[in-house]
Design a protein around this ligand. Structure first.
Ligand SMILES: Cc1ncc(COP(=O)(O)O)c(C=O)c1O
Length: 330
């Protein structure tokens, strides 16, 4: 089985930390945070693990421009733009929605590192824009490389396949075998990689993913489709048709990027109790969902539970009003 070329971009291994105070105060099993928000300061978050492989492939293919897509506050787009600047490559971001004016959060960083941007209506077909931009760059003598939303494809899956080995070392060091690992799902690549990694390395921990947009059916089908592409590209005898894909639906709230007051309150609670910062788009929503599930008595057999902190800090700033209202205690 071959693997894609890899570039070392992330600061690994990231820490695994026990949230003793929070777990005790809420009368919960021991909650551990895998701090993938610490993969870097600027290009931080889960995307960097995927981009090690995706950009590794792009560079091996001779890319001079990285084109990718996401929401206006996409963490993935920001991480891609930063790494492109670090490598002396151009980046072009297709961002769904209206530009913030003035630019804020991730969009501000995108502009700072010199990414070109094309803002599109959310209803517009992203693949069409990928094709148009690629043609324009080719005509200008550049070599474009298109990275799908969230780098969630058969190449990006390797990021979290590899992370499973790191997690198993963490567990060994701490002498624990967590029953469950929760994470936020937005484009499926993190969950997909973890599921494949679990199967390849015989990890006992169950992988559970809380979707922050779309629904369970969408993610099961998207992740299964990525598994098939991965298998046909890299070859492997895993039965990818039967690997369990556990999506916990029900915590999307008012929609992608929009959170209810209790999510903001949870962000404030965790920040004050443990000094760990979550974001309202991904990690705050998923962590709140996980705690709700535990309070309902689900997963009550657990002694140790891991929450994968996937980053997203820059997404806090454009939501400062809600944060001030619900999360900041005065
Ligand atoms: C901070 C953060 N957490 C979680 C996710 C979800 O990861 P994935 O897109 O691999 O499902 C994303 C991106 O979508 C993200 O930016």
């Amino acid at each position: 089985m071959h693997t894609p070329p890899k570039m070392d971009l992330a600061r690994l291994p990231t820490p695994l930390q026990c949230l003793k105070r929070f777990s005790t105060q809420h009368n919960l099993p021991r909650i551990w945070f895998k701090r993938d928000d610490l993969t870097d300061t600027n290009a931080s978050g889960n995307k960097l693990r995927k981009l090690e492989f995706t950009i590794g492939q792009a560079v091996a293919d001779g890319a001079t421009v990285l084109i990718t897509a996401g929401g206006v506050q996409s963490n993935h787009a920001r991480a891609t733009a930063i790494i492109a600047a670090q490598l002396g490559l151009k980046s072009h971001l297709i961002l769904r929605g209206l530009p913030g004016d003035p630019a804020d959060g991730n969009q501000l960083i995108d502009e700072l590192v010199g990414a070109a941007t094309t803002f599109i209506k959310p209803s517009r077909d992203v693949d069409e824009v990928f094709n148009e931009l690629s043609e324009q760059y080719r005509a200008a003598g550049e070599t474009p490389y298109c990275i799908p939303i969230g780098a969630s494809d058969e190449v990006g899956l390797w990021g979290y396949i590899n992370a499973v080995e790191e997690l198993m070392q963490d567990f060994e060091l701490q002498n624990i075998m967590p029953e469950y690992l929760f994470s936020a799902t937005g484009s499926g690549g993190t969950a997909g990689g973890l599921i494949l990694g679990k199967a390849m390395h015989n990890l006992k921990t169950e992988i559970l993913s809380i979707n922050v947009c779309d629904d369970e059916a969408y993610f099961v089908s998207k992740i299964r489709a990525d598994f098939r592409l991965w298998q046909s590209r890299y070859g492997n005898n895993l039965d990818v048709e039967t690997l369990p894909i556990n999506i916990i639906d029900g915590y999307v709230g008012p929609g992608y990027g929009k959170a209810t007051p209790d999510v903001f309150q949870m962000i404030g609670d965790l920040a004050r109790t443990e000094g760990i910062i979550l974001d309202p788009v991904y990690t705050g929503k998923a962590f709140h969902g996980m705690i709700e599930e535990l309070k309902k008595g689900h997963y009550s057999d657990a002694r140790d539970i891991v929450f994968l902190h996937t980053g997203g800090i820059f997404g806090l700033f454009p939501q400062r009003e809600q944060l001030m209202k619900y999360a900041v205690s005065r």
